[in-house]
Write a protein that binds this ligand. Sequence first.
Ligand code: ZN
Length: 215
Amino acid sequence: MLVLLLLLEIFLLVQGEISRSKACQGDAYAETKIVALTFDDGPHPTYTMTLLDGLQERGVKVSFFVTGEHADLHPEVIQRMAEEGHLVGNHTYSHIGLTKSNEKKFRDELAATSELLEKLTGKETAYVRPPYGTWNKKLEKECNLIPVLWNVDSMDWSLQDVAKIKKRVLRSVKDGSIILMHDYFDTSVIAALEIVDELLKQGYTFVTVDEMVYD
Ligand SMILES: [Zn+2]
């Protein structure tokens, strides 16, 4: 009898463990909402620094797509981005948009910017955000860069209004969103940090675009 009771107890314990672990897996899965904040056109000597301070306070990592021109002007900001774990990607040297007639210049600008970023961060640049979103697939192999577009456009450069930028982003953000912003305006930086606070409250985890592309 005692043996039977013991066996029953073991059986119930095992069942309990199984259902508990199933529930945990379910909950963890449901709670994993990821989002990537991306900032183009920087670095800006003051706005980007304010943004980096705010991100550091919140323990949040983002992705920056910088122009070579601005990186040359403010190399210390690029170094800080990399040191603090943010992703630094290529946005061409002079913010050139790809057209049918400028492919060589476009490729040269990408190469010069990748070289500069590698010198500043000590890391190879793997990602590009093509200005205006215009890209040619064959450049991926030729330039060894992975293009990263976006699916939530904050329109921050045109709105330049904290409340409007926040509203626009928060109404369309969902699991897996890549948000486009520009760290070249004070309103963008203020809005971005308020968006971070709100999304953290909603249970989002911030990732850099490399984690988004591969996961
Ligand atoms: Zn741009």
